[in-house]
Design a protein around this ligand. Structure first.
Ligand code: HEM
Length: 135
């Protein structure tokens, strides 16, 4: 039985591999659940409620799901505003950034995401503080 010519040549036409981190977060659906819970926590956090009072929470959940999917090595491409532009004029302090990270950790705990996996995601988000924190 003849095999397809490209397979013979060892040429792969499969989609790019999904990273272990993306799989550990439960792919797009798991990340969507995580961002839903996370954004609800942000909106309820008295340290941050001033910042998120007028935010479009459904839009934020969607944009974050695309962005985190991409950052985690999934097949998504975030097409939203860059981090510097998105957070300009908000006067975000390191204390705000740290509060957001705590809320993300609490959301990941609630989703049963392993500590090792949590740290991998946080490590990929940490460098973004340079674009987000006002100085
Ligand atoms: C690693 C940290 C962060 C990431 C990855 C992140 C990511 C994002 C993304 C993807 C958006 C949507 C941009 C758009 O399409 O409009 C956004 C918007 C926003 N972010 Fe952040 N952000 C971070 C930290 C923060 C912090 C520390 C604050 C303030 C406490 C903050 C406040 C906001 C607000 C108020 C919006 C606008 C929401 C709306 O009106 O739709 N963010 N952020």
């Amino acid at each position: 039985q003849p095999s397809p010519p490209l397979a013979d040549a060892g040429v792969s036409v499969a989609a790019p591999a999904e990273s272990p981190l993306y799989l550990s977060l439960g792919k797009k659906a798991g990340i969507g659940r995580l961002m839903d819970d996370f954004v609800n926590r942000l909106a309820a956090d008295t340290r941050l409620s001033e910042s998120f009072r007028e935010a479009n929470l459904p839009h934020l959940k969607e944009q974050l799901t695309e962005q985190i999917c991409e950052v985690a090595g999934g097949p998504c491409v975030y097409k939203g505003v860059d981090m510097k532009t998105a957070h300009e004029e908000m006067n975000i302090r390191r204390s705000h950034f740290n509060a957001l990270v705590e809320d993300l950790q609490a959301a990941m705990d609630a989703q049963g995401i392993a500590f090792r996996v949590q740290n991998q995601l946080l490590a990929r988000l940490a460098p973004m503080h340079r674009e987000i924190i006002a100085r």
